[in-house]
Design a binder for this molecule. Structure first.
Ligand SMILES: Nc1ncnc2c1ncn2[C@@H]1O[C@H](COP(=O)(O)OP(=O)(O)OP(=O)(O)O)[C@@H](O)[C@H]1O
Ligand SMILES: [Mg+2]
Length: 385
């Protein structure tokens, strides 16, 4: 009788211990899997169900290789066998990063550590799994931010050098251009040069002019000039920008349109600088729709929360994915003719005004560039670029 009650008590303790273990097993944040020495799943906790998309009942009795990508699955049986034969530990007791496979087939990184236990039923292995996706994302973001920081440091060093170089280069370049112009002027007047050579000199002149233009625009980018604010009538501004951007398109063919919200307030901004942004956006849009059968470019203006929003939308192919990330940096561009400074200068002007410039690539193709400028006069000009 007394013996029976001791047994009852031991059974009860064993039952409580098991219940406790089961509860710990299922409330653990990390995934836990128990397998036998042939890799068959004996237990699969709730965290694992969330991690892999399987119910425990789907996997109990199945080989654990079902939740491993193929390249790991093959090696796994070999590892276990090797360990059982030789006692050589490749992973037991050591956490390491491996890949796991979700029910839907996606492969994701996990940290896996394995413990072992000898039970009456034979040897068992307990795997503890931690999802590394969030950590990986943070690591990736950190690496990206570090790269950006490095880039910014280089840019700011370039900023300082750029102004000096632009200044130094401008003089010899102008001199070279003048020499070329005087040779070609003289040769054209007295026919003293082979037309072929004259043509080459003409090309050199154009290249020198282009280099001069790049330097001028680099200086604009680097100068951080504070805006000269005036009161600007928005509809007149839009009209004059469209006129400038339309040059070269005949009147009956023109596809540049505007769409202004009623009752727009006037703008306090530097008219030359704002015009420069809008014309650059319209020119980019014109170039983007060049190959479309029906071309559409529309400049619309609306009011939004203390800002005016200028939107230049086209039906071109959109900005290529490869360019999007560095789009507003200097010398980004896929055009042969373009310098790749237009958007970098435009954004720095917009930010100098306390506004901004951003891209929205439409889902059905086409790009929209959105320029926001504050309506009222800001207390102080931001000269930070
Ligand atoms: N509306 C648009 N649609 C598609 N791609 C565009 C659009 N606007 C700009 N891009 C891409 O962005 C690049 C950078 O434009 P950005 O205006 O800075 O330089 P650019 O036009 O090449 O030269 P420039 O300095 O003469 O303006 C362009 O070369 C083009 O590849
Ligand atoms: Mg441009």
């Amino acid at each position: 009788m007394a013996e029976d009650s001791v047994l009852d008590r031991e059974d009860a303790i064993a039952a409580v211990t098991e219940a406790r273990l089961a509860s710990v097993f299922d409330t653990a944040v990390d995934g836990m899997i128990v397998t036998d020495d042939r890799g068959n799943v004996l237990a699969f906790n709730k965290a694992c169900e969330r991690l892999f998309g399987y119910e425990a009942s789907d996997l109990l009795g199945q080989n654990v290789s079902r939740i491993m990508p193929r390249e790991y699955a093959g090696a796994h049986d070999h590892y276990v066998k090797n360990y059982l034969d030789t006692g050589e530990k490749k992973i037991i007791g050591i956490g390491r990063e491996v890949k796991a496979k979700h029910k839907d087939g996606t492969v994701f990184p996990i940290e896996l550590s394995i413990g072992e236990a000898s039970t009456q039923g034979g040897r068992q292995f307990i795997g503890i799994l931690r999802d590394l996706r969030a950590r990986k994302q943070i690591e990736d973001r950190l690496a990206k931010t570090q790269a950006q920081l490095l880039h910014m440091t280089r840019i700011s060093a370039l900023d300082e050098m750029g102004a000096a170089i632009a200044h130094e280069l401008n003089q010899p370049l102008t001199a070279a251009l003048l020499y070329l112009q005087s040779v070609s002027r003289k040769a054209k007047a007295d026919g003293s040069l082979d037309p072929l050579l004259l043509d080459v000199i003409g090309k050199a002149e154009r290249e020198a002019e282009r280099a001069g233009e790049i330097i001028q625009r680099m200086r604009q980018l680097v100068e951080k000039k504070a805006p000269q604010r005036e009161t600007i009538d928005v509809s007149e501004l839009v009209k004059s920008c469209l006129e400038m951007a339309e040059l070269g398109i005949s009147e009956d063919e023109t596809y540049l349109q505007s769409d202004l919200e009623n009752g727009l307030p006037s703008l306090q901004a530097d008219p030359v600088q704002v015009r420069q942004i809008l014309i650059n956006l319209l020119r980019n849009a014109r170039e983007a729709v060049a190959d479309q059968v029906v071309k559409r470019v529309i400049l619309s203006v609306s009011r939004a929360d203390g800002f005016l929003e200028f939107r230049v939308k086209d039906n071109g192919p959109g900005v290529p994915d490869a360019l999007v990330d560095g789009l507003f940096r200097a010398f980004t561009g896929a055009k042969h003719k373009g310098v790749g400074l237009g958007l970098a200068i435009s954004r720095s002007i917009a930010q100098n005004h306390g506004g901004d410039l951003r891209l929205e690539n439409g889902p059905g193709g086409g790009a929209s560039f959105i320029l926001t400028l504050p309506v009222g006069e800001p207390e102080e000009d931001t000269v930070e670029l």
